[in-house]
Unconditional design. Sequence first.
Length: 134
Amino acid sequence: MLYIKYINQAYYEASSNSRNVCFVYIEQCIFPISGQTATHYTIRRERGISFTSPIVDKYAPLNNVRKLSTRLVLITGDRKLEQMGRYEENLYLKSVLEGIGNDEIPIHELSGFDHGGAGWPGRILMMQYITKGK
């Protein structure tokens, strides 16, 4: 549920899973860590859709791109250890957002970290952005 609050507020507000949102919004910047940019697994489970089928519907951040009013810094685990396609989904979101005129969006792949392990090094990276004003 990383990007849903930011990109699709209607689902976030209606979702019983809104407490699972795991992104940080500090200093006019959003730092999603290992965010799912296609339709989230929770929505797929609710609809009985396979986790391996790429779905980009009205709830997917990829289907709700727009000019951003704040900075976005994408952080994922190692593409070889992350959940299937997670790094590539984020890379595609970066490409689409920049393609519609957003400023460059940094993407960081945390080498050696899987989906669950990317949180702590992701927070360290986030703090570096904040303290150095990147």
